[in-house]
Design a protein around this ligand. Structure first.
Ligand code: HEM
Length: 342
C-alpha cells in the first residue's frame, strides 16, 4: 500500500542524499529550531488566554497562570524553555551553516533570512522576559532601552517608539506586548515559512556537486527523514518537560522601573553586552559593537567568502576566513558571558 504523505513530508524533496541526511551533517539543528518555534507559537497562544498586558495586571496574571490555572505552570515552563532552547539551537545552527559552507551561492539570500531570524529570536526572548514585569527584568529594561537614547539624532525618537513614552511606565508593557506578539512573532512566523520554503527552492539541504558524488551515491526517502525528525521531536519534548519540572521559570515581585537596581543581571543572552558596558562608552559598547558583530555575520557570504565551491564540506578550505571570523565572535561572546556571570 502506498505511504500517505503529510504536510511534513511535503516540506522535503522526495529523496535526500544519504550523506547530507546524516545526523552529523546538520545535527538536526534547523529541524529542532523549527520544532521549538512551533511549540513557542502554540504555548504562547495559550498564555494569551490569561495574560493581562497592563502595569497592574501583567505580573499578577503570570502569577495566576503559574499557581492557579490548571496546567498553566506547564504551559509557561515549556514556553520559557523552548525560548531559551531556540536561542541556543539557532546559534548552533548558524555555526553549522558557517562551518559547512552552507551559506554559499545559491543560499546567500537564505543566509540573510537566517540572520534576521536570529535577531528576531533574541528580540522575542528579550520582550518576552519584559512581559513578566518583575524585579528580574529591571536592569535589562532600564539599561537596554536607555542605550537607544545614546544613538545620535534618532535615539530619543527610537526610544519613544520602543517604550511608548519618554520614560518606562505602564504604557511600556502595552508597547512590549505589541512588539512581542505583532511586531516580532507574526513577522517571525512569516520569515520562518519563507526560510524553509527557500531551503526547498535552493535545491534542498546543501550537498556536494553531482560531479563529485559517485553514481551509486545512496539517497534516502523523505518518509525515512520524517521518521527521524519525529524521533528527535520526541526527544526534544521530553527535554522540555524535564527542564520545566526540574527548573521552572522564576517570577519575582512587581518591578520598580523608576530607579536602577543595585545588583542585577541582564538576561543570559545579553550578559556579554552588559559586560562590555562595564568597560566604556555606552554608545560604543552597547550599540556600535553589537551592530558591528551583526554586520560581520551578515557579510559572511558576500565579503568573507565569495566562493561558490566548498559547500557541504566541514571546515572547507575556501571558507577559512569566514570560519575564523565567526569562531572568534562565538568565542568572544562566550568568554564575555562567562566573565559576566562570575
Ligand atoms: C528560528 C530560527 C530558524 C529556523 C526555524 C530554521 C530552520 C531551518 C531548517 C529546517 C533548515 C533545513 C535543515 C537544516 O539545514 O538543518 C534550515 C537551513 C538553513 N538555515 Fe535555518 N533556521 C533558523 C535560523 C537560521 C539562522 C540563524 C541561520 C544563519 C544565520 C540560518 C541559515 C540557514 C541556511 C543557510 C540553511 C541552508 C542550509 C543547507 O542547505 O545546508 N537559519 N534552517
Amino acid at each position: 500500500m502506498p505511504k500517505r504523505s503529510t504536510f511534513f513530508h511535503h516540506l522535503h524533496p522526495p529523496t535526500i542524499p544519504e550523506r547530507e541526511a546524516r545526523f552529523c551533517y546538520t545535527f538536526g539543528l534547523g529541524g529542532i529550531a523549527f520544532f521549538l518555534f512551533c511549540v513557542l507559537v502554540l504555548t504562547g497562544g495559550l498564555e494569551l488566554l490569561y495574560y493581562v498586558p497592563s502595569a497592574d495586571g501583567a505580573n499578577k496574571s503570570v502569577q495566576a497562570m503559574t499557581y492557579l490555572v490548571p496546567y498553566g505552570w506547564l504551559v509557561r515552563g515549556v514556553h520559557y524553555w523552548s525560548a531559551q532552547g531556540l536561542v541556543v539551537v539557532a546559534g548552533l545552527h548558524l555555526l553549522r551553516v558557517v562551518f559547512t559552507g552552507a551559506y554559499k551561492r545559491p543560499r546567500r539570500f537564505n543566509w540573510l533570512l537566517g540572520v534576521s531570524l536570529f535577531v528576531f529570536v533574541l528580540l522575542l526572548d528579550f520582550t518576552g522576559y519584559a512581559l513578566r514585569w518583575d524585579t528580574d527584568i529591571e536592569w535589562a529594561l532600564l539599561v537596554g532601552t536607555n542605550l537607544l537614547k545614546t544613538i545620535p539624532g534618532i535615539g530619543p525618537a527610537l526610544y519613544g517608539l520602543v517604550v511608548g513614552g519618554s520614560e518606562i511606565s505602564g504604557d511600556t508593557i502595552v508597547r512590549f506586548f505589541g512588539w512581542h506578539i505583532f511586531g516580532l512573532m507574526l513577522l517571525a512566523v512569516a520569515v520562518v515559512g519563507w526560510h524553509i520554503f527557500r531551503v526547498r527552492r535552493d535545491g534542498g539541504i546543501s550537498s556536494r556537486p553531482k560531479t563529485e558524488l559517485p553514481a551509486t551515491a545512496v539517497r534516502i526517502s523523505r518518509n525515512e527523514l520524517v521518521k527521524r525528525e519525529a524521533f528527535v521531536a520526541l526527544l526534544v519534548t521530553i527535554g522540555l518537560l524535564g527542564l520545566t519540572l526540574l527548573s521552572p521559570p522564576s517570577l519575582g515581585p512587581v518591578g520598580d522601573f523608576l530607579q536602577l537596581p543595585g545588583e542585577a543581571r541582564a538576561p543570559w543572552f545579553f550578559i556579554w553586552v552588559q559586560q562590555l558596558l562595564r568597560w566604556g562608552d555606552p554608545f560604543v559598547m552597547g550599540i556600535l559593537i553589537p551592530i558591528g558583530v551583526l554586520g560581520l555575520i551578515v557579510v559572511v557570504p558576500f565579503v568573507l567568502d565569495r566562493h561558490s565551491i566548498g559547500a557541504a564540506r566541514w571546515f572547507n578550505r575556501e571558507g577559512r576566513i569566514a570560519q575564523i571570523v565567526v569562531a572568534a565572535i562565538a568565542i568572544a561572546v562566550s568568554v564575555l558571558t562567562i566573565a559576566g556571570i562570575r
